[in-house]
Design a binder for this molecule. Structure first.
Ligand code: SAH
Length: 454
């Protein structure tokens, strides 16, 4: 018997937050998920759905509010899927994220004694995104632009996004206002009609250079000159305007072809002392200020003296590799996307870091081959996607036994799972440092330091 039924209206005490920011209340041990409610709150809810072992309820009224509750400053917080926890103060977000990592390390990693430090957060946790990918569309005959609603491709129309740059806001608004006048039709996903799909705005924090990418359905874009003029008048700091063509029926943003319409092909940024050239489609960390903190932490845990050989698995455009190459004897980076490896090689050259080698391919295949060829590492850095390290790669680590492993993770659950495997194979997790790369969202990045046990 479930203790609650659909359409019940009850008062519950909220104890926890899920990894996507919903409150969790327990009714006689039965978890009810209540979006919008915060831990410590007493709330009246309307039960919407009850499954065998958990249910969902709608927040009706807050009887006792959390001391960490704040009014979300964004006007579309309730409809947009971009941020989940703007209603939680930044201090509360830091506590939540530390607990998220600690819980995963304890429950999944079975490592209750490993120190999980307080989160390294931002002083000003707003306007931090260096890249905005803004979909354009039409609603009730009006041009709209903003971000997608949760789990949908309906646009939450907005003129302001408090986590993107003011320049991205300005470009979003001025294009939205003038699109009809310029004769540019927004793309419509359902019918595959229209022209302008997305506008991507990227800003390099260190240099201030800005790139605007207009993603269009067709290459023929007669209104380009008009759009360039408008963008330049709106944000004179723009240094590059490019067109990317995506003719496919897909929800992938970019197509294969990119043309420079005006200005430079790339923008240049700097992390620490390392310079990077970023093109329209390059993968690049989206919070530059915190990237420096994250890589600084990885560097600290790597404890390089200048004599080590380092492998950077999942290296992307080589950002961590080049950061470490300044203090290592040699760094080898591997990444599955060939274009990213091209970027990595170019960036190594740009910085005169010739003590590096980059190879495109799956880390779990390339690294065992490197070892066979005698290319061994003292320190291994991994920064895998959300699903964590490939099993084959973990087996290679356990077989080759580098002295130190630095694990950079964007998903505490897979981090904890992989730490357990490495622990069982003879490594010891010394400590874990969470870093907040995505304020106002529930995402949490963490760096773990592991040593081979004697
Ligand atoms: N370290 C980089 C990128 C981390 S994102 C940075 O900080 O910028 C994770 C990267 O892993 C992505 O670039 C993705 O393309 C790559 N990747 C995914 N699966 C992979 C695999 N099996 N082998 C190597 N790289 C992989």
């Amino acid at each position: 018997m479930k203790p609650v039924n659909k359409n019940d209206r009850i008062t519950v005490h909220v104890e926890d937050l899920t990894h996507d920011g919903a409150g969790v209340a327990k009714v006689e041990g039965y978890p009810l998920f209540v979006p919008g409610a915060l831990p410590g709150e007493d709330v009246v809810v309307h039960v919407l759905k009850t499954l065998k072992s958990y249910g969902f309820a709608k927040l009706i009224e807050i009887k006792q509010s959390s001391p960490f509750r704040v009014t979300a400053p964004c006007p579309v917080f309730d409809t947009c899927g971009g941020c989940q926890i703007q209603h939680l103060s930044y201090e509360g977000q830091m506590t939540f994220k530390q607990k998220l990592v600690r819980d995963a390390i304890t429950r999944i990693g079975k490592l209750p004694d490993v120190p999980v430090h307080p989160v390294k957060g931002m002083e000003h946790p707003w306007r931090y995104r260096n890249k905005s990918q803004i979909p354009f569309g039409t609603q009730d005959g009006k041009v709209v632009a903003g971000f997608y609603q949760p789990r949908s491709h309906d646009i939450a129309d907005t003129d302001i996004c408090l986590i993107q740059t003011p320049e991205a806001d300005a470009i979003m608004v001025s294009l939205k206002k003038s699109l009809a006048e310029m004769g540019i039709e927004p793309y419509e996903e359902a019918t595959h009609r229209g022209m302008l799909r997305h506008v991507v705005v990227r800003k390099a924090r260190a240099t201030g250079e800005i790139m605007v990418v207009l993603v269009t359905k067709k290459k023929k874009f007669p209104q380009a000159a008009h759009a360039i003029e408008l963008i330049q008048a709106t944000v004179p700091e723009v240094t590059s305007i490019v067109q990317n063509i995506n003719s496919e029926k897909t929800n992938v943003i970019f197509g294969a072809e990119t043309l420079t319409l005006w200005g430079k092909d790339v923008i240049e940024d700097q992390i620490g002392d390392v310079r990077f050239e970023i093109s329209a489609r390059s993968f690049y960390q989206i919070n530059p200020e915190q990237t420096e903190v994250l890589y600084g932490q990885a560097l600290e845990y790597a404890q390089l003296t200048g004599k080590e050989t380092v492998i950077d698995a999942y290296c992307g455009i080589g950002t961590i590799s080049l950061f470490l190459a300044q203090q290592a004897e040699f760094v080898m980076g591997v990444e599955i996307v060939p274009q990213a490896i091209e970027d990595a090689k170019r960036n190594a050259e740009l910085n005169g870091l010739s003590n590096t080698l980059f190879e495109a391919g799956p880390a779990e295949q390339v690294i065992p081959r490197w070892y066979k060829e005698g290319k061994k590492a003292d320190v291994l850095v991994v920064d895998p996607p959300r699903k964590g390290c490939d099993e084959q790669l973990l087996r290679t680590i356990l077989k080759q036994r580098p002295t130190r492993v630095v694990y950079v993770s964007c998903n505490p659950a897979t981090l904890a799972r992989d730490l357990r495997i490495l622990e069982d194979g003879g490594y010891r997790t010394k400590e874990v440092q969470p870093v907040d790369m995505f304020p106002q969202s529930t995402h949490c990045e963490a760096v773990a330091w592991l040593e081979l046990a004697e």
